[in-house]
Design a protein around this ligand. Structure first.
Ligand code: SAH
Length: 293
């Protein structure tokens, strides 16, 4: 039986010295260097879980999940995706499940660093894309500061999936020349200038995709009416790609009222722009109607 003698490889030779437990004889191993060093150093991958449907995971995301030894899972990650974690992996839920407050960001980052240093293959599983309003940037910075290299695997972001699930395009040669992804819940002190955005959206024919906007929908709509016509088409899509997905098609002036009337709650994406107009047209009558997928 061979016992590990040195805890780290002798860079740049990358040779581990192992001692035979019976004879006491030392041997150098070069071939197994990668595996041993992987285990000793651990690894960290930020993985985008997409909007919820496991069918929308990338193959790369699936492979990372399947090879994880520790998974830190966010609230927005659906149950069927969380269930893909290997049976022997440690799964840590860091969201707000059960009405509890979410785990503080600093604690999550510390936990990731600790587990990587223990030699674990850490996968941080986040809803949608890790780098779209997901604090993925903060996590990567924190791990890099700790000297840990982080891999990032894209996921399909909710705003993109929301519009596609309605069979509509985010951009269209005739109606929208671009798209803006916005947060309705900016960090304090960093308020979004919705009036300026409304003028830009109108003059440049841009589709606005608003995340985390349910709570401030009334205020956002009010501000957007500054530069956009009252009849601008709006779609609000809740639980994108999940069996519970539902949406409303409305207009900017009626948006807040319709959201409240149909009890549109989080998670939902608000899409403002003329590309949404065909949704209202597709619905036989009143251009405001609750739809369930
Ligand atoms: N990184 C995520 C966004 C996280 S911010 C992504 O790329 O999708 C959280 C917000 O994302 C929610 O408030 C909601 O606006 C949106 N969101 C995430 N998942 C969603 C889903 N399945 N359906 C609707 N909106 C969703």
């Amino acid at each position: 039986m061979l016992k590990l003698m040195t805890a780290s490889y002798q860079s740049p030779c990358k040779i581990f010295q192992l001692r035979d437990a019976r004879t006491g004889e030392a041997q150098n191993f070069e071939r197994c260097t990668m595996k041993l060093s992987d285990k000793l150093q651990g690894s960290c991958t930020l993985v985008g879980a997409g909007p919820g449907d496991p069918g929308l995971l990338t193959l790369k995301a699936l492979r990372a999940i399947e090879s994880a030894t520790v998974l830190l899972i966010d609230d927005l990650v659906s149950e069927p995706i969380a269930a893909l974690a290997p049976a022997n992996a440690r799964v840590i839920q860091v969201g707000k499940r059960g009405g509890c407050p979410s785990t503080p960001q600093a604690f999550i980052e510390k936990l990731m660093i600790t587990e990587v240093r223990k030699g674990e293959r850490v996968v941080r599983l986040k809803g949608g894309d890790p780098f779209v309003f997901g604090r993925g940037g903060e996590e990567v910075e924190s791990l890099r500061e700790a000297g840990i290299d982080v891999q990032v695997v894209n996921g399909i972001t909710a705003g993109l999936a929301a519009v596609t699930s309605l069979g509509l395009p985010l951009t269209h040669r005739d109606h929208a020349h671009g798209v803006m992804f916005l947060t309705g819940h900016a960090r304090s002190g960093g308020d979004t200038d919705w009036r300026a955005l409304s003028c830009l959206a109108q003059s440049q024919q841009l589709t606005l995709v608003i995340y985390m906007g349910v709570r401030s929908a009334g205020q956002i709509a009010q501000e957007l009416l500054y530069g956009l016509p009252a009849q601008t088409a709006v779609a609000v899509v809740q639980n994108v790609s999940l069996p519970e997905q539902r949406h409303i098609a409305t207009t900017l002036e009626d948006m807040a009222q319709d959201m409240a009337r149909h009890r549109m709650g989080s998670p939902a994406v608000i899409v403002v722009g003329e590309v949404m107009a065909s949704l209202a047209l597709a619905q036989a009558h009143p251009h405001k109607q609750l739809q369930t997928a």
